[in-house]
Design a protein around this ligand. Structure first.
Ligand code: SF4
Length: 244
């Protein structure tokens, strides 16, 4: 959503800009793919779809790597977003990202600049002071229907069952709306020895607050499905380093 609006503005500023999207095929909701097609009509310009030469979906990556996510990120983002972008980009490229002026998102851009100092990059929405609420309103004004996952309560258009999320509310929502994806992640968790969700917090012996990690099938049946937008970010080209 944010990147969609950012790209529209970047193209108005520079019609020669190249809109690029990482195609994650069936990892995302079909309506999210419809949204990309609609954006092409809005822009009046083709969106370049980048693909991994090796994997089609995030499940292909998980099954091959036998890993979901951890402290150093998620292999799906590395394989399906980071690597294809590295193959595509030129050192001279100026990257425009869809980070918004919302506090957490703005901090994510700061992190991006710190992590990749040699990359030429801008965040036009931050420069204009536009928040996520603003980008949704702008799309509405232009008659662009947002992906249906937002209407279901998802905080972003990430893959269904994004391994970057450790929010029990998010996973309770996935269990409710996409039970087959929930069951698949639950099975993958067990086979790969992962614990995707933070079930609570406690103090360790030194008094430091630590997360209580658990598996998806430990989420209570009455867990709230209300997900706050700020719980975790969207999955940009670089989100291999942003797993929560
Ligand atoms: S949205 Fe989540 S599941 Fe999809 S590629 Fe990014 S980190 Fe992986």
């Amino acid at each position: 959503m944010n990147s969609a609006v950012m790209a529209h503005m970047a193209l108005m500023d520079n019609p020669g800009a190249i809109p690029v999207h990482c195609d994650l095929a069936e990892s995302v909701h079909p309506d999210s793919r419809r949204f990309i097609d609609d954006l092409e009509q809005w822009y009046g310009k083709q969106i370049i779809r980048l693909h991994s030469p090796k994997y089609r979906t995030v499940d292909d990556v998980f099954e091959d790597r036998k890993y979901l996510s951890g402290r150093n990120g998620a292999p799906c983002a590395s394989e399906l977003k980071f690597a294809p972008r590295m193959d595509f980009q030129l050192p001279s490229d100026l990257h425009h990202w869809g980070y918004t002026a919302d506090k957490l998102d703005s901090a994510r851009f700061d992190g991006m600049v710190a992590d990749y100092p040699l990359l030429k990059q801008r965040a036009p929405l931050i420069e204009m002071g536009l928040t996520k609420k603003d980008t949704h309103a702008i799309l509405r004004q232009h008659g662009i229907r947002r992906p249906v996952v937002y209407d279901l309560g998802m905080p972003n258009g990430n893959c269904i069952g994004c391994v970057k999320s450790s929010s029990p509310n998010y996973w309770a929502l996935i269990r409710k709306e996409f039970p087959e994806v929930f069951a698949r992640r639950n099975d993958q968790e067990k086979r790969f020895g992962a614990q995707l969700v933070i079930l609570g917090r406690t103090k360790d012996a030194s008094g430091k607050t630590v997360n209580i990690r658990g598996t998806l099938d430990q989420i209570p049946v009455n867990q709230s499905t209300k997900v706050r937008g700020a719980d975790f970010g969207g999955c940009g080209f670089h989100c291999n380093s942003a797993a929560a």
